[in-house]
Write a protein that binds this ligand. Structure first.
Ligand code: NAP
Length: 166
């Protein structure tokens, strides 16, 4: 099973502030929807709460230490990243996407195969960060540029990294 991280991060690695996203990038949201639709997505409880409900056409797996946490039917609560990954392996999935936030990305980075990174040309203030991508461990294999316009607040690049010597 391929494990991919999907993230939008600024030049200074900021990914959010006050449990919110910090930019309006309509083309990036479209990419996110296209890529993750039909798949299982793993996220931390805070990211789930910042969205407020399961994203349509995807199966949400939410990680929390709270034994009483509940999700709508068809979605799943797990109590560790390992439990979430085991659940997906048990379902014989080919692919799972880790969609954040910072705590979950940090734990997932050592075990994932691919990074799909929206590199936003901005240096905003924030309170959550993506870990530094080590070029010895991650090789850039594709990149597509998007220009700032009335629906996209900043220029950004959508970059694929594959793990070196997985
Ligand atoms: N730019 C992007 O691509 C992107 C993507 C996603 C999120 N974000 C941003 O990231 C921020 C949220 O990130 P965050 O780091 O604060 O929170 P998070 O990673 O979304 O969630 C953290 C929560 O996950 C649970 N958790 C983490 N590790 C666990 C473990 N090992 N076992 C059991 N439960 C565990 C805990 O939930 P409990 O406290 O319930 O136990 C913890 O409080 C927001 O600002 C959001 O907008 C940005």
């Amino acid at each position: 099973m391929k494990i991919s991280i999907i993230v939008a991060k600024a030049k200074n690695n900021v990914i959010g502030k006050n449990n919110q996203l910090i930019w309006r990038l309509s083309s990036d949201l479209k990419l996110f929807k296209q890529i993750t639709s039909g798949h299982h997505i793993i996220m931390g409880r805070k990211t789930y709460e910042s969205v407020g409900k399961p994203l349509p056409n995807r199966t949400s797996i939410v990680i929390t230490r709270n034994p009483d946490f509940q999700l709508p039917e068809g979605h799943k609560v797990c109590h560790s990243l390992q439990e979430a990954i085991q659940l997906c392996i048990g379902k014989h999935l080919d692919q799972v996407y880790i969609i954040g936030g910072a705590e979950i990305y940090k734990q997932a980075l050592p075990i994932c195969d691919e990074l799909l990174v929206t590199e936003v040309e901005a240096r905003p203030e924030g309170d959550v960060f993506f870990p530094e991508i080590n070029p010895k461990q991650w090789k850039k294999t594709a990149a597509e540029s998007f220009k700032k316009d009335d629906k996209n607040e900043y220029n950004f690049e959508f970059v694929t990294y594959k793990k070196v010597n997985p």
